[in-house]
Design a protein around this ligand. Structure first.
Ligand SMILES: Nc1ncnc2c1ncn2[C@@H]1O[C@H](COP(=O)(O)OP(=O)(O)O)[C@@H](O)[C@H]1O
Ligand SMILES: [Mg+2]
Length: 325
């Protein structure tokens, strides 16, 4: 059985060509698979500029790769028939960071919920559409009577984001891609919204790709964690293994930056700064993390370490063997 969705050796570049400006590589050699047979949550983790949104957009078919491809249920997005493409558009839904952007401020939120049902011909009648919308709102913890008939600005950020989740649900998706879904939401509401997303996986079998810069929430809801740095995957594996026994110094730095001190820091000494950088893979030179890495050696500046293969927990670091000590 092919994966539900798969990225294969993706390379995505911006700039250059007619647009002008230097060509910058946002993703390089990124491969990732979400299984079809069991619903999982995959967290894409990394600091700002690491390529998370670009990867999510590539999985949504919104940005064309310079190399590599994305396949949904075994079929390359670029080679799909119209019917398959339509099924993919319904089955893969996105939730973005700022739900306000998705709404038209002049229309009641009802419209945002009715439009997808209409676009995909999913409700036979007005009554059926209304019943489905109410059920979806209730699933995400909203009272239809307090939500419908309102304008976007009359809802809180948390309510707007819940309406977006309800909107995705109406289409009975197989996969939801949520890009920083709680970063614009009040801290007090974040946990319940993440819990709602998590329940969609456990109760309805909807796979989730959760994009975040926050390793702590990734650990809470993810089965797998994929760590991106400057457009490359530096570590990937089961959430438990990645967090409890990180093998890349960048992952260790991210863990060290989680407010609660972690006694399991395998790298012993003070971890490197996890402050945001604008680092981006240039395709030349060595490991993009070398400049910040307290363990860098000459080899790290000369060549890009490949992601290890053969085990479920992979790492791209020349010194990964030493991390296990
Ligand atoms: N549309 C775009 N045009 C030019 N550069 C872009 C565009 N989208 C992203 N980038 C660049 O690609 C890199 C990765 O960005 P992004 O995927 O948004 O990272 P993240 O979501 O992890 O913060 C950044 O250097 C960013 O400036
Ligand atoms: Mg982003």
């Amino acid at each position: 059985m092919p994966p539900l969705i798969e990225a294969r050796a993706l390379r995505i570049e911006f700039g250059g060509g007619l647009g002008g400006g230097p060509r910058r590589r946002a993703l390089d050699g990124v491969s990732l698979a979400v299984p079809e047979d069991v619903a999982t949550t995959t967290a894409l983790v990394g600091e700002s500029g690491s390529g998370k949104t670009t990867l999510a957009r590539a999985l949504l078919g919104l940005v064309a790769p310079r190399a590599g491809d994305v396949a949904y249920r075994g079929v390359d997005l670029g080679a799909m028939t119209r019917d398959r493409k339509r099924a993919y558009r319904r089955e893969v839904q996105a939730i973005f960071q700022d739900p306000f952007d998705v709404y038209n401020p002049f229309y009641r939120v009802d419209r945002a919920l009715q439009a997808p049902l209409r676009a995909f011909g999913l409700a036979g009648s007005r009554d059926e559409a209304a019943a489905r919308i109410e059920a979806a709102l209730e699933t995400v913890g909203l009272r239809p009577g307090e939500t419908l008939g309102r304008y976007p600005h009359q809802l809180s950020g948390g309510q707007r984001q819940r309406v977006m989740i309800a909107r995705a649900l109406l289409l009975a998706p197989r996969l939801i891609l949520a890009d920083e879904p709680v970063s614009m939401v009040d801290a007090s509401l974040r946990a319940t919204i993440l819990e709602t997303l998590h329940r969609l996986k456990t109760d309805r079998g909807i796979a989730l790709v959760y994009v975040t810069h926050d390793l702590a929430t990734a650990y809470q809801i993810a089965d797998r964690v994929v760590v991106l740095y400057a457009g490359r995957i530096v570590e990937a594996g089961p959430a438990e293994a990645v967090i409890k026994a990180p093998r890349h110094p960048y992952t260790s730095a991210l863990i060290a930056a989680i407010p609660e001190p972690d006694p399991l820091k395998p790298w012993g000494i003070e971890a490197a700064s996890a402050a945001p950088s604008t680092a981006i893979a240039t395709g030349t030179g060595g490991c993009a993390y070398a400049a910040r890495c307290p363990y860098a050696m000459p080899q790290c500046r000369a060549a890009v370490p490949a992601l290890t293969t053969g085990t479920d927990h992979s790492v791209a670091c020349f010194r990964h063997d030493e991390a296990a000590r």
